[in-house]
Design a protein around this ligand. Sequence first.
Ligand code: ADP
Ligand code: MG
Length: 684
Amino acid sequence: MGRIRILPDQVANKIAAGEVVERPASVVKELLENSLDAGATDLRVEVEAGGRRLIRIADDGGGMLRDDALLAFERHATSKLRDVKDLLSIATLGFRGEALPSIASVSRLLLETRSQEETTGTRIEIAGGRMLRCEEAALGGGTVITVRDLFYNVPARRKFLRTEQTELAHVASLVTHYSLAHPAKTFLLTSGAAELLHVTPVATLKERVYQVFGSQMLDDLVELGVRERTLRLRPATAAESAPGGPSAAPFGQEPDEPASRTFRLSGFVSRPQVQKGNRNSIFVFVNGRLIRDRLMLHALSSAYYNLIPPSSYPFALLFLECDAEEVDVNVHPSKTEVRFRHGPVVHDFVRDTIRERLIESRPAPAFTPAARPVPEGAPPGGQPAAGLPYSEFSQALANQEPAAWGASVAEEPRSAGLTGSTPQPDAAEIMESAPEFSLRPPAAPAPRLDFTAPPLEVTPGPAPSGKLRRHLDAHGEFPAEAVPPPEMSLSVLSELRPLGQIHESFIVAAGRDGLWIVDQHVAHERVLFEQVMKQRAAGRVEMQRLLMPLIVQLTSEQQIDYARIADELHASGFETEPFGQRTIAVKAAPAAIGAANVERILFEILETVEGEPPGASLDDLRRSICASIACRAAIKINTRLDAGKMEWLLRALAATDCPMSCPHGRPIAMHYSTREILKAFHRM
Ligand code: ADP
Ligand code: MG
C-alpha cells in the first residue's frame, strides 16, 4: 500500500490558515475585503484585547443566501471566480475561497448573514473548523462575522502574537488605510469602549485624509492629483499614431489585445522634511488592494533619492489603477504581493510622477532641524535609494523585462539658465583660505538687522508697519493678525539679505518672514548638482582636459564596475580609456571639479555602484555621479564668504528645483519665522 495520503480538509484548512492568518490584523483584512466585495458602504469593526479575544465585523453588504453561507466554509469555495480564465482579470479583492475556512479552523467563529433576497437570515457557528450550529434566524440585511479566541487551538501560533497594543496597532493601521481607499464609505473601529476611528462618507480622498489625520498632516503632504501614463502594446494605427510616441512593445500579446494600456496614479506623499525611521507609513494600493510590493517601494524611494537621507522613509499613500490583466494578484495566499506584467513601466511611471510632483510643490524646509543627521563623511549617494538596497530589490527585478528600466526621469530644465546666467564664484578661490572654526563678523559690511522695514511691509491686510513699530516700542501685545503667515514658498530665499556667517559655515540671513540659517556647503552642493544634471540631460557637460592623462589603477572588481558604467562616466564628463591591465587613463574630467579631485571622485563613484545588479536604474547611477561631482566641487564649511558671494549663493539656491535638501537628503536651510521670534519674546 502506498504511503501518500490526501489530507483531510480540516488539516488542509489549518495549513492554509498558517499562510492566510498570521495575526488578528490578517483576519480583519480578509473580513474587510469580503465586506467590500459584498458592496458594503458601512463597515464596523470591533475588537477586544487587540483582536486576540474578539474581532467582529458588521457590514451592510449583499449578505449570503442560506446555501451559500454553508458553502462559504468549504475549501476553495468562492462566488468570485468561475474558471481559470477569470484568474487573469480579477476585479474583486478575494478570489481564492480560502479566508473563511482558514479563519474558522483556528478560532470560534459566528456568522450571521441575510441576503436581501431572503426573508430570514442564517446563523452558523463553527469552532476549530467543526460546525456546531446552523440555524435560521431573524436578522437584518448584511453580514456580521464574530471571531473569538484566535489560535485557541494552535498554541504555537498564539505564542507568536505580540502584545495587545501591538496587535491593536496593526488592526488600526489596516482599518485606517482601507478607510483611505474608500472615502465614500463609513468605517468605524472600536476597541472595547474606545472609538479609535469613525469616518463618515466624503467626496474626496483629501477630505478623508483630513478626517483621519487632521489638517497638520495635510500641510506636510503633497497631493499627486491623478496622473496617467499610457503604454502602447502594438504599433499604432495611422489614426492612433502620435509623433514621438513610444513604439510597440513586443510583449507576446494576444491579437485581440487592446492597442494600449493606461496606468493611473493618485494619492499623497510627504514633503521631504517628513522623515520616518521605517516603512510603516507607506501604503500602496493596486486596484483597491492593499499590498506590500518591492517594485512600488523601490519606485517610491527612487523618487525621494537625493531628497531625503538614504536611511529614512517618507509617508506615502499611493493608489495605482490599471487593467486587471496588467497585474497578477495570485502570487501569495495572503494576496499582499502582486506581479506586474510591465513592471519597469510601472516603476518608472510611479517614480517620475512622485518626483515631478515633489519638485513642482517646492516644499519649504522645516523650521526644526531634520530628524537624523547624515555624517559629513557619508559617501555621496552611498545607497542607491532610501533604504532598499539593490541586492534586496534585484530579486524582484529578476522576473521583469528590463526594457524600459533605464528610462530617465524627465529632467526638463524647469528654471533654465538660472544658475548659468549668474556669475559663479570661483570655488577654488573661495576654498583657498579655510580658517579655524570661529565666529567672525561678515566679510563685507552687512545690512543692519532691521525688523521694521522689509519683513513687515509685505504683510498682507491692514497691518501698516507704523502700527507694528508702535506695538514693539511700547513693549505691548503684538496683534496676531499683523504677523505674516509662515512663508511656505522658497522663492523668499532669493530676497534674503545675508547678515553674516556663523563659524564661517552657515549663512545667517534676514527675510520678509524672519530669520534663515543656510548651510553653505550643502546649499552650493544642491546648486551644482542641478546644474550638472541639467548639463548631463542636455548632453553638454563642461569638461576640462587634464594637462597630463591621469593613470588610475583599479582592482578587478573596480574594473568590472568601470566597464559597466564607462559610457555613463563619459557622458558625465570623464574621458577615460583602458590603459593596459586594470589601468585606465583619464584624459578629461568635469570642469566643475579640480584636477586634484579626479581620482578620488572616480573611486567614490565606483564604490557607489559596487554590487549593483546590471539592471539597476541608469537614472540612479546618473544621479549619484552628479552628486559626487557636486559634493567635491561645492564650497566647504569653514570658508569665509563675502556678502556678494553669500547673496549669489542664496539666489542660486532659490532658483533650484529642490532648495530644501542637498543631493544626499540633508536639510539645507532652517527657518525661524517672525511668528516664532515673537512667541519666543512673549510678544504674542
Ligand atoms: P473569497 O473572498 O476568496 O471568495 P472567502 O473565504 O473570503 O473567499 O469567502 C467565501 C465566500 O463567502 C465569498 O466568495 C462570498 O461569496 C462569501 N462572503 C464572505 N464574506 C461575505 C460578506 N461579508 N458578505 C457577503 N458575502 C460574503
Ligand atoms: Mg475573501
